[in-house]
Write a protein that binds this ligand. Sequence first.
Ligand code: HEC
Ligand code: HEC
Ligand code: HEC
Length: 419
Amino acid sequence: MNTWLRKLLKILGILVGVLAVIVVILIIFVQLTWDRQVSRAVPQMSAPTDAQVVARGEYLYKYSLNCWDCHGSQGSHSPDEPQAGGREFDLTGIGLPGGFGFVYASNITPDPETGIGAWSDGELMRALREGLDPEGNLLFPIMEAEWWQGLSDEDTLALVAYLRSLPPVRNKVPENRYTFAAKALMALGIVKSQPAITEPVTAPPKGVTAEYGKYLVYHASTCVGCHTPRNFSTGQFDLTRPFAGGLAPVPDKRFSTTGSNLTPDPATGIGNWTEEQFMTAMRIGVRPNGTVLLPFMPWPSYYRWDEDDLRAIWLYLSSLEPIVHEIPATTLTGAAATGTGIERGEGLYDVYCVICHGERGSGGSFTTVALKDVAKNLDDARLSGFISKGLPGSAMPGFGETLADEQIADLVALIRSWQ
Ligand code: HEC
Ligand code: HEC
Ligand code: HEC
């Protein structure tokens, strides 16, 4: 072999060796440090117990911050179900190759062993706003501590007061299972807890003002997280374009959707909407063109909001800089798209109806009427008429502009099959 080839091979060998050492060091570094605990003071605050504070906490929990959507039991469709956790978040399809793994929503009822009964009020506040458990372990930021940093002391204490008022339920939730990629992001501090809060946090005075609306959309509800562009590999938000709409479709088996552009751009945002049109969309999920928003956008929760809170949000969104950002159209996937007959009906029911009518139409937080009983007294034309036109004055929107006649017929067939 001539000498230059030998030299080249030698250099290559050294490079491969160095690379292998770096990889081994990285693996060891990640394994040793991904779950290091953060040591920092716990806030010394205690939650009031009076009924008014608990009621404020309930409003935030059920209708504004939608905590129940994750902390109810697996497949929870009502904020009134036990908040004993266990819902599995399959994050294997997000971001890096292999994704992040599996994360389980905690039992946040006051059971001392399997829930949060043994946590202090300060530890609960820190969990929500800084993303740490009592030992200083990172809570996976599927919960948006990043935004709740700005939730006022008063509102955070109200949430704690509400959690304390829940009936304790014994339910041991599985441990999270992270992929190496997730551990690496934690070890490198890309996925991390939030800074310590050392100063009192206050909210602007409650009222129909853009300032209070801003507090609501960023901190006391979860609009910002779904409606702002985000890098799904690192979880970082693009705060140069707030409310310009999500960047990538949300992973879900039932549909492909992306948070809309809420800035006042007339073409790609909601610049052409009137305040009343916005109120209708937020309350009963109906857009100006008559189509119904996916209830994945939590409008069924917003139905019970104070009118003033919604109007404050409108004022704030209207004050934003218009940003041109076209959002991909929402499409249905799975059985709702490709099934036929009752199977497609089930897919559609899962997307649009289950949140209010419960499993197999047995009832939910909006209505206790069982759909199969309703169907007994109505012929097909009246039943599909209800689905198509909705019930004005109630939370039930009309789906006539959203679903084709055949899709509504599949829903009717499904409801009849429950007899
Ligand atoms: C998007 C889903 C989601 C929402 C919404 C959500 N949580 Fe969580 N929460 C989780 C997950 C998942 C965990 C577990 C994190 C972990 O184990 O690292 C958790 C953990 C917690 C914990 C820590 C308990 C423990 O034992 O680890 C508390 C307290 C909590 N959540 C309260 C709330 C409250 C109050 C709200 C509403 C303001 C809320 N959560 C909203 C998903 C959510
Ligand atoms: C869980 C994620 C999520 C949250 C939280 C959320 N949205 Fe949405 N929003 C969406 C998605 C996704 C769509 C598109 C739905 C569709 O295509 O049917 C949407 C649509 C909308 C629309 C309709 C826009 C249009 O052009 O059709 C408005 C208005 C809206 N959201 C306002 C809000 C406000 C205000 C908040 C907070 C109070 C909020 N959203 C919270 C995900 C969310
Ligand atoms: C935001 C909540 C909500 C959603 C989403 C929703 N409904 Fe309803 N629906 C209601 C309410 C509230 C009523 C009134 C029930 C009552 O009279 O108590 C109702 C009534 C009905 C009725 C008539 C029942 C009667 O009392 O005469 C039918 C049929 C029905 N819904 C079917 C559906 C179907 C199918 C879907 C999905 C395509 C759907 N609903 C989506 C809330 C909802």
